[in-house]
Design a protein around this ligand. Structure first.
Ligand code: THU
Length: 141
């Protein structure tokens, strides 16, 4: 994945994180994904008083993209952490996508190859994985 695109995705994910609605966990997550056309879709976590109804940032972004006609995801960046200033995220672990989000991502692979999953604390500090590393032997019909 191109470095400019990685930085753009992280920047957009950080912006989306500011929209997180997480009054129960106080853990804010933003995600930004890019599709083959270059369009970017973002999402944040959205919690509910009935906790189990909450949605993760990654799935919010995927569902936005798919509901607008996209079926392939090239890369997704995720930035998450407790309710602290963005500059303090360095003090916490990367926010890895949960198992449910990994499975949902696996439904919308690129036409060839794999999804790049970027977990970030900032544009200078991130790690990149292939989805297949994070979710080997995923369930498929
Ligand atoms: N969360 C995400 O948004 N993405 C993940 O991959 C893991 C967890 C959210 C869900 C919940 O609102 C908060 O983080 C704490 O679990």
């Amino acid at each position: 994945m191109n470095k400019n695109v990685i930085e753009l995705l992280i920047t957009e994910a950080a912006k989306a994180r500011k929209m997180a609605y997480a009054p129960y966990s106080n853990y804010l997550v933003g995600a930004a994904l890019v599709v083959p056309s270059g369009n970017i879709y973002t999402g944040c976590n959205i919690e509910n008083a009935s906790y189990g109804l909450s949605i993760c940032a990654e799935r919010a972004a995927v569902f936005k993209a798919v509901s607008e006609g996209q079926r392939h995801i090239d890369a997704i960046a995720i930035i998450g952490g407790p309710l602290v200033e963005e500059s303090m995220l360095e003090d916490y672990d990367y926010a890895y996508p949960c198992g449910a989000c990994r499975q949902v991502l696996s439904e919308f692979l690129p036409a060839s190859g794999d999804i790049d999953v970027i977990v970030a604390k900032s544009i200078e500090d991130y790690k990149m994985f292939k989805l297949s590393e994070l979710l080997p032997n995923s369930f498929n019909l």
